[in-house]
Design a protein around this ligand. Structure first.
Ligand code: SAM
Ligand code: DTB
Ligand code: SF4
Length: 332
């Protein structure tokens, strides 16, 4: 008698409407590793040049002192992590950092602020930063927390290309990580961003002690957004002493690769961003992530407050793997 193929049950495919349930994504996670990354790589190749990786440089324009309680975050005022509460950076410093990022080969500059959401005065200043960075010939991205009515439109008018706002984890695990705002609050901001015509950058974090089912639930939630985000950052938790999640057993690196592969299969045309956690990740694991469909990274020695591989290390890795930086849209 033929042995039933358990990998086909439940089917590792979306439903007719293209939506993915957590169970369907979990079936992808459960595939033998080689089957999963072979499939992901095929999807990747049919939509993208497999040798091109998009480079974004991050800057923290407002660091620390955040009133939220995100259990992973070194910038939450309530945890004692040694991150000081700083003022909004002056415009000239932001422009100087953007010029350097461009000279190093980045095509996008992402400005992050440790706010629950921007006050109107703050937003006016960030809009000036967006204008100035765009005038340098870079794509712009901002991550400022929750937006109120009209704020996304103001950012769009200033030339903002992307807004990053993560759902962070699957709905059933979210309350274990953040209590000061709900996932619905986040979805509301994402709706405002989408309606203002700004590209959506939305992803999450793994390695927070969640189950495989929860990781599958995160990917299913992102993939079922209509449309799914243009950019999907997958962060591996950077454990910072003083945060509640410090000391969480680390995720098996191959499970991280599986998460990237599932994001690629379920969101074939999205830029899948291999985000936080690269400094702690072996080069061979990063190489597997690129094979499994990751095609963008944060580039430059710092994320917001924590470290990232330096430019020379990434250039050497790209040379070893035959990868090259992706140009701006419309450039060859
Ligand atoms: N305050 C804004 C917000 O939360 O939307 C914007 C900045 S916040 C630092 C941006 C994202 O960084 C978070 O949503 C989270 O996914 C990610 N992040 C923060 N701390 C992290 C850590 N320790 N490890 C991995 N990702 C982290
Ligand atoms: C995202 O998903 N990851 C980036 C970016 N969006 C803003 C932030 C990672 C932050 C890691 C911790 C830190 O450096 O403070
Ligand atoms: Fe504040 Fe953003 Fe950090 Fe949460 S992730 S504590 S909102 S800076």
């Amino acid at each position: 008698m033929d042995t039933p193929n358990l990998n086909e049950f439940p089917p590792a495919a979306a439903d007719i409407a293209g939506r993915w349930s957590a169970r369907q994504v979990e079936a992808l996670f459960d595939l033998p590793f080689n089957d999963l990354i072979y499939r992901a790589h095929g999807v990747h190749r049919s939509h993208f040049d497999p040798h091109a990786v998009q480079l974004s440089t991050l800057i923290s324009v407002k660091t620390g002192g955040c009133p939220e309680d995100c259990a992973y975050c070194p910038q939450a005022a309530r945890y004692h992590t040694g991150v000081a509460d700083e003022k909004l950076l002056p415009l000239d410093q932001v422009v100087a950092a953007a010029r350097l990022a461009k000279r190093n080969g980045a095509t996008r500059f992402c400005m992050g602020a440790a706010w629950r959401g921007p006050k109107q005065r703050d937003l006016d200043q960030v809009a000036e930063m967006v204008r100035a960075v765009r005038a340098e010939g870079l794509e712009t991205c901002a991550t400022l927390g929750m937006l109120k009515a009209g704020q996304a439109e103001q950012l769009k008018a200033a030339g903002l290309d992307y807004y990053n706002h993560n759902v962070d984890t699957a709905p059933e695990f979210y309350g274990e990580i953040i209590t000061t705002r709900t996932q619905d609050d986040r979805l509301e901001t994402l709706g405002r961003v989408r309606r203002a015509g700004i590209h959506v950058c939305c992803g999450g974090i793994v390695g927070m002690g969640e189950s495989r089912r929860t990781r599958a639930g995160l990917i299913a939630q992102l993939a079922s957004m209509d449309p799914y985000p243009e950019s999907v950052p997958i962060n591996n938790l950077v454990q910072v002493p003083g945060t509640p999640l410090h000391g969480t057993p680390p995720l098996d690196p191959l499970e991280f690769v599986r998460t990237i592969a599932c994001a690629r299969i379920t969101m074939p045309k999205a830029m899948v961003r291999l985000s936080a956690g690269r400094q702690e990740m072996a080069e061979a694991v990063q190489a597997l992530c690129f094979f499994a469909g990751a095609n963008s990274i944060f580039y430059g020695e710092k994320l917001l407050t924590t470290g990232n591989p330096d430019v020379d290390a990434d250039r050497a890795l790209f040379a070893k793997l035959g990868l090259r930086p992706m140009g701006l849209p419309g450039e060859s």
